[in-house]
Design a protein around this ligand. Sequence first.
Ligand SMILES: [Zn+2]
Length: 316
Amino acid sequence: MKYSNFCHSSESGLPAGRQGIHYLIIIIMKTLRNYISEAQKDGTALGHFNISELTCFKAIVDSAKELNLPVIMGTSEGEREFLGAENVVSLVYNLRENHGLPIFLNADHTYNLEKVREAAILGYDSIIFDGAKLPYEENIRQTREAVKIAKDINTDIIVEGELGYIGQSSALLDKLPEGAQVTGDMLTSVKEAQEFVRETGVDLFAPAVGNIHGMLSNAPNPALNIARISEIAKAVPVPLVLHGGSGLRDEEFVGAAKNGIAIIHISTEIRLAWRQGLERALLEKPREVAPYKLLSYSVDEMKKIISQRLKLFSGL
Ligand SMILES: [Zn+2]
């Protein structure tokens, strides 16, 4: 899972006269697809963390760098709007192309096909088309269309589809999201999973296996159905993605990764850490106005969560 195995060739390989004038670095780096299949093979998972401003961005990059691990950054439609999707692409490309860091960018929960096209044109590494709230047949139809649109623009792009509604908000919740499919018969079935993956041609599949978006504020989140994860993973030819990882117990993450989950999404927990860090900073420094001196508290709080999660997911 570590990224130390690039092929580097630098100016030392150039003719003497050109050294120091032309500095050439060729980095052959593993692709996101490589990292995902390695994780699946190893029974580990890649961490996916959302960013909506640069404090989160810094916390994710610093954590991944310190642990020498690949990481996926996600931006939802709202987060893309706020940050400017083009800006985020530039930031991630700079880290990857100019600094060799295995940091990848995912267009998280994309609800309409025009936004799929937009993210593919901008150069996102992967896109989630989220038709989980649509009727089953319509979800298949639109997801298939999303795959076609994205791959016509970039043949290497990774497209993820979702089946089973698990709520939409990465927030602190008083109760389960209305209509969330979290227990018994409502979970994604093996049969539907197989059909959905076959009919849509997605590269990654996100099932409803007891997970919800958001965290319950007054009770633990529902438990994952690890047996169902395992059954679906054996039945479909693509890796699985777990959404709504915030609030789950450590052993559930490990069990999920060992049974076919190759990517785990964490958002609410880092949003909470961001806020708690900021609240502490404002309290401790009531007269401070330099944003970076206040926001460094948020970075520290988020890094604690991100590092802990990355270590757990990767088996470090
Ligand atoms: Zn999600």
